[in-house]
Design a protein around this ligand. Structure first.
Ligand code: PMP
Length: 367
């Protein structure tokens, strides 16, 4: 099993010169970094005291909310842009525009790095997300296009529309002088393997180093699946007894895919409704299709947990009360699942999860 993933790391990565920034050995806070992209990655692994004490396990959260753009997506956006530059597709300061379909975090990271590197950003987003994400994007100078949340088979779905917008770039004469190598580039986080590589080549080695390889379980949700696959494909071969668990919100088909190998099994509560039709306050994770980045590591995932909105909301309030930890919705889902894994494995185990972003980006919806 895990054929795709093993194929990937054994044959392609070894020959691939494209590397995500590897963590500076000196660690965060003890080096001078160059520019905003120098602040990306190398995040601390934090022991969540309340959950660890309650379960008798060591529950560790990778503090991705400390990235300069506020989420783990900074790593992905940077690696996607770097890879396109290495391939000679993107050149800074020539008017090139990066297009992306996103529920927000990736867009914010792209907008930030685009500014730092001399590109423009055009972000297509569903219109039902927390308001502060659109505001942040506009302040970062991105062009924001909002669309109705619809199925992936619809041409106006946010990812599909971003692809179309990139292909239309430069074809409409806006009277501006066009440079010959100016392009519209579709970042394509769901299918672009530079997303997977950002985690395989940086986030995962960081976790391996921080835990000295002593961890029993990894538990996290998936949007594109880049984080889940990147971490799983790197860590599983190095830690033979490691168990990997998916944390999935209401309405997402990934839980069914992991457990029953079919995405569209009707569920008791939701029937056959899909992610975009289920009214959930959780943003950033849960989809109803098999993306390239999820597929890369999917067969190495051991089991999945379904987490309800109610459980995620309760967890987020608990963590503020007990730990002063103010998290976004996907991090709360991850923590709910981490506690379930702790209960399943029993006391004494080390469990790692991801704290993707902070609650500040979720004030008007989840909070
Ligand atoms: N949490 C948040 C806040 C996100 O925006 C995302 C990505 N959409 C994820 C988690 C999931 O990460 P991935 O895309 O790597 O599965």
């Amino acid at each position: 099993t895990g054929a795709l993933c093993y194929y990937y790391y054994s044959t392609r990565l070894l020959q691939n010169s494209k590397t995500a920034a590897s963590p500076p050995a000196a660690g965060r806070g003890s080096v001078i970094v160059e520019g905003v992209d120098g602040l990306i990655g190398n995040t601390p692994l934090m022991k969540i005291r309340s959950l660890s004490e309650a379960t008798g396990c060591t529950i560790l959260g990778k503090a991705e909310f400390l990235n300069p753009g506020g989420s783990s997506k900074d790593r992905v956006a940077l690696n996607i842009i770097r890879s396109a530059e290495e391939d000679g597709i993107l050149k800074p300061h020539n008017g090139s525009t990066i297009f992306e379909g996103t529920v927000g975090s990736t867009g914010i990271s792209i907008a930030m790095i685009a500014r730092a590197k001399g590109y423009k950003a055009w972000i297509v987003m569903p219109d039902d997300q927390a308001q502060e994400k659109y505001q942040l994007l506009e302040k970062l100078g991105a062009h924001v296009e909002k669309v109705r949340p619809v199925s992936i088979i619809d041409k106006k779905q946010f990812v599909n529309l971003a692809r179309v917008r990139a292909s239309q770039f430069g074809k409409v004469d806006d009277g501006q002088q066009k440079l010959s190598d100016m392009v519209g580039y579709f970042a394509d986080q769901f299918e672009n393997e530079a997303n997977f590589r950002a985690h395989y080549q940086a986030t995962a080695p960081e976790i391996h180093q921080q835990t000295q390889g002593r961890l029993d379980a990894l538990v996290l949700g998936a949007g594109t699946g880049g984080t889940l696959s990147g971490l799983t494909c790197y860590l599983k071969p190095r830690i033979p007894n490691l168990k990997v668990f998916l944390a999935d919100p209401q309405g997402s088909g990934l839980y069914n895919k992991v457990k029953f190998n079919t995405m569209y099994a009707p569920t008791e509560k939701e029937g056959t409704r899909r992610r975009h039709q289920v009214d959930t306050v959780v943003e950033g994770i849960g989809v109803n299709r098999l993306t390239r980045n999820f597929d890369l590591g999917r067969q190495l995932v051991d089991d999945a947990y379904r987490v309800t909105d109610e459980e995620a909301v309760k967890m987020s309030r608990f963590l503020v009360r007990e730990d002063g930890l103010f998290l976004g919705s996907s991090s709360a889902v991850n923590c709910v699942a981490a506690v379930r894994v702790a209960k399943q494995l029993g006391p004494g185990h080390v469990i790692v999860t991801l704290l993707n972003d902070s609650g500040q980006r979720h004030l008007t919806k989840f909070w």
